[in-house]
Design a binder for this molecule. Structure first.
Ligand code: NAP
Length: 502
């Protein structure tokens, strides 16, 4: 860390601690290396790298943003086997990136971070690891993911179930589905991928739906070898595919959602497409009616599938929309008293975001400020979705208003740009400590709040969506309401006086 002058009274062990070895943590690590901050450790609670793509292994797992777009722009993979690559390829890609950028040697697996505290005298972070170890570092970067704390539903009697219960994010390969009576609870993006696979094996499948989901067709196909070779030899061809796909996604997922006031027609167009898809795929009008969402497209993350809806035509698959009353040792009872006998219970019930994941562990900043309490007693907020006042030298990658709607990689790469500008200024000033000003943070919060007034979250019908885009106060505080290009531009040009430096 030669270029950075050390003004503090004590020397921490590392330049930086990164928490999380998924794509976010790896992107941050690549950027630290580029910035000459090479002495860092990546702490990961799981047994290997890859984050979501290491943890999730359920049948049917695939990326649901086309792989040209769902990858680092500076590290394209010409060899995706499909437009929407299966999960195992994402995991291999993560391994490739770690190898190419020399990240594995920085990683420590099965290491659970329990807390971090800012040391004012030393101007560094002390990170507490389960088991009692403490690690000190000048900078703390949290990349703990948005969807990393699986939610087990609090359904009466669930603990009495005698068959196998498996959460999609904790898939058990010994889970035998062939010839069994299976129930799936949940109809989110995970269930949309899982249910067709389960239906292929199970003797009976009952799907418990609380809220239907908008599903649009998935333009997926195998990428033939000659095209893969073309992508490898002439990278501009893959960049062009990325641009086209990103532009379509931007129109639907960013413009139509965040700029609903101005571009409602793109949102409505997507809804019409999803309705037509449902009509084409599901024969029974009553089942169709129950699969039709009553909230605006975009209130909740829409999904893409050519298999999910038509699964409900199969004679051994039943859609159950009566609420679950309780689970019994060998079945599920709905509120109308009907009982369905099951052998296997699959939970596609998603993740806890707002209650347990912001932040994923206790973070105590300047003057004892607790990040979780501060977010909950003021508002969920983060300057540019990256930094918070009162938390010097903390880069929080999974923050409120950080998710740039196109693909997680847009979010990561804009945050890498932000780091480049911020750490570049630190170096120029020969400083080691940064902190965002309250003024810059407040202005950013005011700006995103004002811009959200144009979004489907405010203007659409979202009350019944039960969407994790909204926090416990009903604020849509996850997505950053700016177009992707503007997000990227701002990450490279934010005013340097948004921070104080010491
Ligand atoms: P999710 O979207 O939060 O869906 C959870 C489902 O479980 C919902 O249908 C929910 O119903 C239901 N549920 C939860 N608790 C319940 C209860 N107590 N009783 C009945 N139903 C209950 O979670 P997810 O499907 O795991 O997807 C999360 C996100 O992961 C997606 O939005 C997407 O961003 C990401 N994902 C990405 C990919 C990919 O390929 N990139 C694949 C899968 C997932 P309610 O809606 O009524 O709450």
């Amino acid at each position: 860390m030669q270029q950075y002058r050390n003004t503090a009274t004590a020397t921490p062990r590392y330049d930086a601690v990164i928490v999380g070895a998924g794509f976010g943590g790896m992107g941050a690590a690549i950027q630290l290396k580029r910035l000459g901050l090479d002495d860092f450790v990546i702490l990961e609670r799981e047994g290997d790298l890859g984050g979501t793509w290491h943890v999730n292994r359920y049948p049917g797992l695939a990326v649901d943003i086309a792989s040209f777009t769902y990858s680092y722009s500076f590290e394209p993979n010409p060899y995706w086997s499909r437009v929407f690559a299966p999960g195992a390829e994402l995991k291999r890609y993560a391994g490739h990136v770690a190898h190419k950028y020399g990240l594995r040697r920085h990683m420590r697996f099965s290491t659970v971070v329990e807390g971090a505290r800012w040391d004012e005298a030393g101007q560094y972070w002390t990170v507490h690891v389960r088991g009692g170890e403490t690690i000190t570092a000048r900078y703390l970067l949290t990349a703990t993911g948005f969807l990393s704390q699986p939610r087990t539903p609090d359904i009466d009697g669930i603990e009495t179930f005698r068959g196998m219960i498996v959460h999609s994010a904790d898939w058990d390969d010994s889970c035998e589905l062939a010839g069994r009576r299976v129930a799936v609870i949940g109809t989110g993006a995970t269930a949309v991928q899982l249910i067709p696979e389960v239906a292929r094996e199970a003797a009976e499948l009952t799907v418990y739906q609380r809220t239907p989901i908008w599903v649009t067709p998935k333009l997926d196909w195998r990428i033939p070898r000659p095209v893969q070779r073309l992508f490898a030899r002439v990278p501009v061809t893959q960049r062009a595919a990325r641009m086209v796909n990103s532009a379509v996604l931007e129109a639907i997922m960013v413009v139509g959602v965040l700029h609903y006031r101005q571009a409602r027609f793109t949102n409505k167009g997507a809804e019409l497409l999803a309705r037509a898809h449902l009509r084409r795929q599901v024969k029974d009008p009553e089942v169709r009616r129950r699969l039709t969402p009553d909230y605006s497209f975009g209130c909740k993350r829409p999904t893409f599938s050519n298999e999910y809806l038509r699964t409900f035509n199969l004679p051994h698959v039943r859609l159950e929309t009566t609420p679950i009353a309780r689970v019994e040792p060998d079945g599920i009872v709905t509120a109308d008293g009907r009982r369905t006998a099951i052998d296997v219970l699959l939970l596609a019930t998603g993740f806890d975001l707002w209650d347990v994941n912001f932040p994923a562990f206790q973070i105590t900043g300047r003057d004892g400020r607790d990040l979780g309490s501060w977010w909950r007693t003021t508002r969920f907020q983060a300057y540019q979705g990256v930094t918070m006042p009162g938390f010097p030298n903390l880069i929080s990658l999974n923050s409120p208003y950080s998710y740039s709607g196109l693909s997680y990689f847009t979010t990561i790469e804009s945050q890498m740009r932000h780091m480049k500008r911020l750490f570049g200024e630190l170096r120029r000033r020969r400083a080691t400590t940064f902190e965002v000003t309250r003024r810059a943070n407040d202005e950013f919060l005011d700006r995103v709040t004002a811009r959200l007034a144009d979004s489907v979250f405010v203007l659409g019908a979202c009350a019944s969506a039960r969407s994790y885009y909204f926090n416990q106060h009903g604020e849509p505080a996850l997505l950053r309401p700016t177009p992707t290009l503007a997000t990227l531009r701002e990450a490279g040009r934010f005013p340097l006086d948004a921070y104080t430096y010491a």
